[in-house]
Ligand binder design. Structure first.
Ligand SMILES: [Zn+2]
Ligand SMILES: [Zn+2]
Length: 352
């Protein structure tokens, strides 16, 4: 692709860019390295997870930000340059960049410790350039240290599948012992392990006939795995919805006990069909999860360091980003898709 020529000047790098919704990503070369502004860092990307939110952006299911998008918000890389005033991080350090890229710090939500709801927030790989690239700039305050014990490809999915999965799981509350996971992809396969480790009983509900996801769920300690249309033998205390399928909301509601909750973890979902009020009655709750706070990140990274989690990755070179998105859309792999900016840099390519 002309890469060798461009590399001769030592500065050139490239991104996978979305010019308009519904189009394939396009390889775009950049002549100069971006210089971090005050408070920012420049990161040489080694791995970036492929999240379902990226698909929603590419497919035009989320508002278009008004400029071309470099997707990717599960970024792992090494700090290559520090902007003025950044003292918390060092050049060469391995870090992760999540979906929450910037918040205003002044609105009622930020001041109340709910920066995930900040109306002025900027998100990585949407309003801000993301990690489908060899280089990325990030606000140093929103960058996480990444636990040792995970190679770059394995660490990438922790940044969203892990963090958002954790927030959804925490929303179910400590009293939820029997937990249903609807949609057993990147997030669910991580959170299932946390739940099992904490002594919860995990039930994995997948697309009908998705044997690969069901056997992965059993392998990771799920007490039961089966098709999403099935009802559990005993009612669930909580159901976490990771699949972007609105029809699963009433399905999950029927599976939870009185007082139980259905937690919708996705940023986008197809419409929820109407259902009899009796399915909600009994103080059942339907709640959504939006984004993450830095506190969620710190808590989850701590858990990930302690466990450790087994991360099932399905790796692609960065140049194959379109194929990775297509495979995710079609459900062609189990676990988490990860793009490797440089095949030799990330190590552990392939299934973990
Ligand atoms: Zn995500
Ligand atoms: Zn705010």
């Amino acid at each position: 692709m002309g890469g060798e020529v461009a590399r001769l000047d030592g500065q050139a790098w490239w991104t996978q860019m979305l010019m308009a919704p519904g189009r394939p990503l396009q390889q775009v070369w950049r002549a100069l390295l971006p210089q971090p502004a005050a408070g920012q860092v420049r990161i040489r990307v080694t791995a970036c997870g492929v999240c379902r939110t990226d698909l929603h952006i590419v497919d035009g299911e989320l508002p278009w930000p008004g400029h071309p998008v470099v997707p990717g918000h599960e970024i792992i890389g090494r700090i290559a340059a520090l902007g003025k005033g950044v003292t918390r991080l060092a050049v060469g350090q391995r870090v992760g960049v999540p979906w929450l890229g910037w918040t205003c710090g002044r609105c009622e939500h930020c001041l109340a410790g709910r920066e995930n709801l900040c109306p002025n927030a900027q998100f990585t790989g949407w309003q801000r350039a993301g990690g489908y690239a060899e280089q990325v700039l990030a606000d140093a305050r929103y960058v996480f240290a990444v636990p040792d014990g995970y190679d770059d490809a394995q660490a990438a999915p922790l940044l969203c599948a892990g963090l958002i999965g954790w927030r959804a799981y925490a929303m179910a509350g400590p009293a939820a012992r029997r937990i249903g996971l609807y949609g057993f992809g990147a997030a669910a396969h991580l959170i299932a392990q946390v739940a099992v480790h904490q002594g919860r009983e995990v039930h994995a509900f997948t697309r009908p006939g998705d044997d690969a996801a069901q056997s992965l769920a059993r392998e990771l300690g799920a007490a039961w795995a089966g098709d999403s249309g099935q009802l559990p033998a005993q009612p669930l205390d909580a159901a976490l919805l990771f699949a972007p399928v609105g029809a699963l909301v009433p399905t999950a509601l029927r599976a939870v006990r009185p007082g139980g909750s259905v937690v919708c973890a996705g940023i986008h979902m197809s419409d929820i069909p109407s259902f009899p009020y009796a399915w909600l009655r009994g103080e059942r709750r339907i709640v959504s999860v939006s984004n993450l706070t830095r506190q969620d990140g710190d808590t989850f990274m701590h858990i990930a360091a302690e466990l450790p989690l087994r991360v099932h990755t399905h790796c692609y070179p960065l140049s194959q980003a379109n194929r990775a998105l297509d495979d995710l859309r079609a459900g062609r792999f189990a676990g988490a898709a990860v793009l490797l900016a440089n095949d030799s840099a990330a190590g552990g390519a392939g299934h973990a």
